[in-house]
Design a protein around this ligand. Structure first.
Ligand code: HEC
Length: 186
């Protein structure tokens, strides 16, 4: 009886540890959904951060502010990012204006309100020129922000671009990936 209980406990322990390993494995379907959001023309992440997450100079209409100021730089590289998952969730939800010309749009509709304060602040606490613009096309739901963060963390942050993720990005239009692989053009 005692032996049976020990066996049961060991078996339960093994089950629990194998489940926690499974929970840590990246979920490919989630990452692919995140990629679809990242490259969608509704959100335009890639127009500032580049398809390979290596950053990009400003080259689209949202990089020109209302007063005509041209942004110097579209978006920084995501590959060397040191942000945690929670920090990225807040950055994408809230956006950020750093120098007044370098800006990351906000992607969450209720960001900077009491419902979702950003770094402890609401819009009324901010000088107007420090409040990020709303997303270029559409807002993201909180669940979609998490999907896009999964993608950024699994494919860009601290990673080298792979042939497989390039192929997925360009829907099997392989010429772009061939040029990238041959010449490193991103
Ligand atoms: C108009 C250009 C622009 C667009 C569009 C844009 N970003 Fe950004 N993003 C920036 C800039 C500029 C920063 C740097 C802001 C700062 O450091 O204060 C930034 C910062 C970030 C960071 C933090 C990286 C780090 O470690 O500093 C992440 C993650 C990020 N963006 C993801 C995204 C995602 C995902 C999308 C699409 C949903 C997106 N961005 C759309 C310009 C943009």
């Amino acid at each position: 009886m005692k032996l049976a209980r020990t066996v049961l406990l060991v078996a339960l322990g093994l089950l629990a540890s194998s489940m926690s390993i499974a929970a840590q494995e990246p979920d490919l379907a989630r990452i692919e959904k995140g990629q679809d959001l990242y490259k969608s023309s509704n959100y335009e992440c890639d127009s500032c951060h580049g398809w390979a997450g290596r950053g990009k100079p400003a080259d689209h209409p949202y990089s020109t502010l209302a007063d005509g100021t041209k942004l110097e730089y579209g978006g920084n590289a995501l590959v060397p990012s040191t942000m945690t998952r929670d920090e990225m969730i807040m950055m994408i939800s809230c956006g950020r204006v750093t120098s007044g010309i370098n800006l990351m749009p906000m992607y969450r509709g209720d960001a900077w309100t009491a419902a979702y304060p950003c770094w402890g602040k609401v819009a009324a606490d901010m000088p107007p020129n420090q409040l990020p613009l709303r997303a270029p096309g559409r807002m993201l739901s909180p669940a979609d922000v998490e999907l896009v963060v999964d993608y950024v963390q699994q494919v860009y942050q601290g990673k080298d671009m792979t042939w497989d993720w390039c192929r997925k990005y360009f829907d099997n239009f392989l010429r772009i990936c061939e040029v990238w692989a041959e010449r490193g053009i991103q």
